[in-house]
Ligand binder design. Structure first.
Ligand SMILES: [Zn+2]
Length: 144
């Protein structure tokens, strides 16, 4: 019996969790802050024919994964140019994003970073409220 499209074997899931350091590849939240298991993100979404193979999979929180949905590109808010979304497996977070001085907002350093922030609503009001609380108790932003 061949596995169905989109099926991710337990061993592969565990390998991706390890590779991702148990945190969301986009917003860097950990399972401890989420209070729920992470999801496996298809970097190129299945809706855009992204395969269910290790090189197309990464860890994402449910929030980032749901906002991302079937998107592959989004406009850079500075130029309106359509840009491929951040690839957490191939690109380095700190090259494309930074934390605001108060640690609450994610700032885009590149067109890719800026487009991804908009597409995944990485600074929407609910998450800003949550991050403010985490900063106030010293849980945020991540130091690495
Ligand atoms: Zn996330």
């Amino acid at each position: 019996m061949s596995p169905s499209k989109g099926y991710i074997a337990a061993a592969l899931r565990e390998r991706i969790i390890q590779q991702a350091g148990r945190r969301c590849g986009y917003c860097l939240r950990t399972e401890a802050l989420l209070g729920m298991p992470m999801t496996i993100d298809h970097i190129i979404p299945q809706a855009a024919d992204g395969p269910t193979t290790e090189e197309n999979l990464w860890l994402a929180c449910r929030r980032c994964n749901e906002f991302k949905g079937g998107q592959t590109h989004a406009p850079d808010p500075e130029t309106s140019e359509w840009i491929a979304l951040f690839n957490p497996r191939q690109q380095t977070w700190a090259e494309h994003f930074a934390w605001s001085e108060d640690g609450v907002e994610i700032l885009g350093k590149t067109p890719c970073g800026r487009a991804t922030i908009i597409a995944l609503q990485m600074n929407n009001p609910e998450i800003i409220v949550a991050r403010r609380l985490w900063v106030s108790v010293g849980w945020w932003p991540p130091q690495d």
